[in-house]
Ligand binder design. Structure first.
Ligand code: FAD
Length: 294
């Protein structure tokens, strides 16, 4: 099913996973998918080359999620390092495997400037997929409540986002953020620009201080003082940091859900136990929202 159609029963809950490294067998991800599937997400997304070198496994894993688990996958794909021919091969493989949803990204060249082949920006790749395949796929795009790290300013970033959306994006997923005020401010700017497609808030439950420092230095997300305090206090105690990270993310999510967000996309970093805790924490809230009583 196309994910865009599911927003009629919003809010959606989805999980993001990444493929195992090349030297690990593909099957090493199955336990993670087993446990995530048990939580009945609206979809599971699979990254593409985000940690370098395992992009060819994305559509294979997405296909397993669809055809073995009966869950809709969202397969990521990037403009970086792909030519038109590469994209056609990849997208046609997805189509043959019943994958209907693609998150179309520019990607990052981790060693420096993005290596543009045929597409410089995500928007060009979205336009290409739409021109070649019409409405065969539901296409998602990335967006940045705090502005993309390379953008000269937020308003220019929004201008390009608007162009990207009009090239054929069906829904958006945000970059992670730790302060919901960025999201609310961003959502109101989208409305002012008449961007009306659903926007899922990307939330990362933090369970590891080094990992979050690396990720936020790459994407520029602001870390509130209150959160830094928690990380510093419990960095040597894995369980305490996990519990505190889950509690912080839960608080963010309940606030977003109560404010009418279209959905939550959890960056679970292949940790199903974290996804399970969060799902459990928001169970009654989700039940109440889905029942239509609130
Ligand atoms: P774009 O939309 O192309 O924007 C990139 C920059 O270019 C922005 O600053 C924008 O303002 C600017 N821009 C856009 N269009 C134009 C234009 N026409 N002229 C001038 N400037 C322009 N990376 C991976 O490698 N693999 C993944 O699987 C992956 N998954 C992700 C999932 C999510 C939900 C998110 C939020 C990010 C993900 N990323 C992934 C990271 C992403 O690739 C980077 O954030 C990348 O730097 C930007 O990608 P984009 O698609 O948003 O780019």
């Amino acid at each position: 099913m196309k994910i865009a159609e599911k927003f009629s029963e919003r809010p959606l809950i989805s999980f993001e996973i990444f493929p195992p490294q090349k030297d690990s067998p593909l099957s090493s991800i199955f336990k993670t998918i087993d446990e995530l599937a048990d939580l009945k997400p609206d979809y599971i997304s699979v990254t593409y080359g985000a940690t370098g070198g395992q992009s060819s496994r994305t559509s294979e894993i997405a296909s397993i999620i669809k055809n073995r688990y009966g869950i809709d996958p969202l397969a990521h794909i990037t403009a970086v390092r792909n030519s038109k021919e590469d994209i056609k091969k990849e997208v046609e493989k997805m189509y043959d495997n019943n994958i209907e949803n693609i998150l179309v990204l520019r990607g990052d060249n981790l060693s420096g400037e993005p290596e543009a082949k045929d597409f410089k920006y995500a928007q060009e790749l979205i336009q290409f997929i739409r021109d070649e395949y019409n409405d065969k796929f539901c296409l998602a795009g990335a967006c940045y409540p705090e502005g993309h790290i390379e953008a000269r300013n937020k308003s220019l970033d929004l201008y390009y986002l608007e162009k990207k959306v009009s090239s054929g994006v069906d829904f958006l997923i945000t970059q992670l953020f730790f302060d919901n005020t960025f999201y609310y401010d961003f959502a109101s700017k989208l409305r002012n620009r008449s961007i009306r497609i659903p926007v899922q808030a990307g939330i990362m439950p933090v369970t590891n201080k080094n990992q979050i420092e690396r990720i936020t230095s790459m994407c520029g997300a602001f870390i509130p003082e209150k959160f830094i305090k928690v990380m510093n206090k419990y960095q040597a105690d894995k369980q305490a940091l996990t519990d505190a990270g889950v509690a912080y993310a839960t608080d963010q999510i309940i606030d977003l859900l109560s404010s009418g967000v279209d959905g939550i996309h959890l960056y679970v970093m292949n940790k199903p136990q974290v996804a399970r805790k969060i799902t459990q924490n928001i169970k009654s809230v989700m039940k109440s929202l889905k029942s239509g009583d609130v």
